[in-house]
Design a protein. Structure first.
Length: 109
């Protein structure tokens, strides 16, 4: 999933790839990552979008499309839900700082 965030992944497709039932895949994913596969995918999409909008001049729409969200309103809602800020406010905050730090690991990008 990480290598192709823009792909429209489904639990059924992931289970088929892993040769597991969807319920078993979900169970293992929660044990390993602490969340279901689609929640993990959403988090990875938000992280990738955050990197893009804080380090490039890509529009919010372009950043959302790069990670597989064609609906900008949905992308903004998911982004806000996980970061506490809209993509526009997030971009402004990280651009004003001059230093780009990942909000999750605090690593300077």
């Amino acid at each position: 999933m990480q290598a192709d965030l823009a792909h429209p992944w489904s639990l059924a497709e992931l289970a088929e790839i892993a040769h597991l039932s969807p319920s078993r895949l979900r169970q293992l994913f929660v044990e390993i990552f602490g969340m279901p596969p689609i929640a993990w995918l959403t988090l990875q999409r938000v992280r990738a979008m955050a990197r893009t909008i804080s380090t490039t001049d890509a529009t919010i729409r372009q950043a959302a499309a790069e990670v597989g969200w064609t609906n900008q309103a949905h992308a903004a809602k998911q982004f806000r839900k996980r970061t506490g800020r809209s993509p526009t406010v997030y971009r402004a905050a990280y651009r004003d700082r001059g230093v780009r730090a990942c909000p999750w690991c605090r690593h300077v990008c």
